[in-house]
Design a protein around this ligand. Structure first.
Ligand code: FAD
Length: 388
C-alpha cells in the first residue's frame, strides 16, 4: 500500500471528505486520515441545515459554490444524501431585527444570494401557522436541508472511487516538516508522506496546529438538538428565529417521513477528550418553549430523542480556511462555529483548487489564521455560538 501522496488530509468530516473528493477529481493523489469513521463527529450529527442566508457576506462566495455541489450531489456522488432545496425562512420578533433583514437582503444580493422579506399580512398569508409575535420573515427559496448522517461518508466513498486513499480508524499524532514535504505519523506508528498537508480536524485541530507553532483560541461546544414524533408532512421550509438574544433562538425542519428536527438556544458542554457533547435538560425545555412561541400548534408534539455533537468555535464565529502562516505547504480549515455543514463542500472545492493551483478566485483573507497570531487558548465558557 502506498503511504506517499501529493496531499494528506487529516480529518474525515464534511471538509476533509469534500476536499479529498475535489482533489481526486483534479487527479491529485490524496490520503485522507480519519481517527474514527468519516462523518462521525459534527458533520454526521448536525441539524442538517443547508442555509446560506445569515452567513457573513465574506462566506457567501464559498457558500454559493457549496450550493452548486448540494444541488448536483446525486449525480456527483452516485447516491442520495436527501438534499431538499425546499427553502429556508428566518423570522424575527424585534423591529431592529426586521430592519436588519432588509439590510442583509440588499447586501446579500450583491453576493449572489436573492432573498425575499415579508412583513404584516403578507407574512401571515404565506405562513398562517406562525405565532403572532413574529414581525418579519426573510426567505431564501433555494436553500434547504440534507441528511448529515449520509453526506460526509458519501463524499468519502466518492473520493475513494475517484482515486483517494481513505484510511479510517487512523489517529494522526504527529505532523512534521521534512525535506520535500511532510511526515505524518499515526497512533499505530504508520508513517505517511506528502508534499502538502491539510488539517481539518474539527474541534481537535488546535492540538495539531499548536504543535506546529500556531495555537488558536478554539473551544468546543455542543449545540442542542431534538426530534419529534412523526406527523403529516406540511413544513417544507427549514425555519428558524433570528435574534441577538440566544435564549430566543430556535430552528426546525421537517423530513418527508414526518419527524420535526429542532435545535437552537444556548449550547451545552462538549469534551474533546471523551469526544462527547451532552444535552442539558433545561436547554431542551427552553428550546421547546421557543418552538411553541414560533409555531404554537406544535406544542402538543412529543420529543422522541435529543442529542448534541462536538463543534469547534472561534471568538469571531468565522472559520479558519488558510495556508499556515509558518510552514510552507501546510493548510488549515476548522472552527466553523456552528455553520460548517452547508459551506463544507464549497470549502472543499476551494481548498482543492488552492492546493492544486496555488490560487483561488474565492477571497479567503477574512479566514486567515493570521488573525489569531499571538493568541492564547480561551476558556470554553467565553465562546460565542450561532448554529443553523
Ligand atoms: C449539533 C450540531 C448542529 C449543527 N447544525 C448545523 C447546520 O444545521 N448547518 C451547518 O451548516 N452546520 C451545522 N453545524 C456545524 C457543522 O456540523 C460543522 O461546522 C461541520 O460539520 C464541521 O465539519 P469539519 O469537517 O470541520 O469537522 P468534523 O465533522 O468534526 O470532522 C473533523 C474530523 O477530524 C477527525 N479528527 C480529529 N482529530 C484527528 C486526528 N488527530 N487524526 C485523524 N482524524 C482526526 C475527527 O474524528 C472528525 O471526524 C452543527 C454542528 C453540530 C455539532
Amino acid at each position: 500500500m502506498n503511504d506517499r501522496a501529493d496531499v494528506i488530509v487529516i480529518g474525515g468530516g464534511i471538509v476533509g471528505t469534500t476536499t479529498a473528493f475535489f482533489l481526486s477529481r483534479r487527479k491529485r493523489s490524496v490520503i485522507l486520515l480519519e481517527r474514527g469513521l468519516t462523518g462521525q463527529q459534527a458533520s454526521g450529527v448536525n441539524f442538517g441545515g443547508v442555509r446560506r442566508q445569515g452567513r457573513a457576506l465574506a462566506q457567501l462566495a464559498m457558500s454559493n459554490r457549496a450550493m452548486e455541489t448540494w444541488r448536483h450531489s446525486r449525480e456527483l456522488l452516485g447516491e442520495d444524501v436527501e438534499f431538499l432545496p425546499s427553502g429556508h425562512t428566518r423570522v424575527c420578533y424585534h423591529a431592529h431585527d426586521a430592519e436588519y433583514f432588509h439590510r442583509y437582503a440588499n447586501d446579500a444580493r450583491d453576493h449572489g444570494l436573492d432573498l425575499e422579506v415579508l412583513e404584516g399580512e403578507a407574512l401571515f398569508r404565506r405562513y398562517p401557522f406562525l405565532g403572532r409575535e413574529v414581525l418579519a420573515a426573510s426567505i431564501s427559496p433555494l436553500d434547504g436541508h440534507a441528511n448529515p448522517r449520509l453526506a460526509a461518508p458519501a463524499f468519502g466513498r466518492a473520493a475513494a472511487r475517484a482515486g483517494a486513499r481513505v484510511v479510517e480508524n487512523c489517529e494522526v499524532v504527529r505532523v512534521e516538516k521534512e525535506a520535500g514535504g511532510f511526515r505524518v505519523e499515526s497512533a499505530a506508528g504508520t508513517v505517511y508522506r506528502a508534499e502538502q498537508v491539510l488539517i481539518c480536524a474539527g474541534a481537535w485541530a488546535n492540538t495539531l496546529s499548536t504543535e506546529l507553532g500556531e495555537p488558536v483560541p478554539l473551544v468546543a461546544r455542543g449545540p442542542q438538538m431534538a426530534v419529534t414524533e412523526p406527523v403529516p408532512y406540511v413544513f417544507k421550509d427549514s425555519m428558524g428565529v433570528y435574534t441577538s438574544n440566544k435564549a430566543e433562538s430556535v430552528y426546525f425542519r421537517q423530513i418527508p417521513r414526518g419527524n420535526i428536527v429542532l435545535g437552537g438556544g444556548p449550547p451545552g458542554i462538549a469534551d474533546i477528550a471523551t469526544r462527547r457533547a451532552s444535552v442539558l435538560p433545561e436547554n431542551t425545555v427552553a428550546q421547546v418553549a421557543q418552538f411553541c412561541r414560533m409555531v404554537p400548534a406544535l406544542g402538543a408534539l412529543n420529543l422522541i430523542r435529543v442529542w448534541s455533537g462536538v463543534e469547534s468555535y472561534l471568538p469571531d464565529s468565522e472559520p479558519i480556511i488558510s495556508p499556515s502562516s509558518k510552514v510552507d505547504g501546510l493548510f488549515y480549515a476548522f472552527g466553523f462555529s456552528g455553520s460548517g455543514f452547508q459551506i463544507g463542500p464549497g470549502v472543499g472545492e476551494t481548498l482543492a483548487e488552492l492546493l492544486d493551483t496555488g490560487s483561488t478566485p474565492i477571497p479567503l483573507d477574512s479566514f486567515s489564521i493570521r488573525r489569531f497570531l499571538n493568541s492564547v487558548p480561551m476558556r470554553a465558557e467565553s465562546a460565542t455560538s450561532e448554529t443553523s
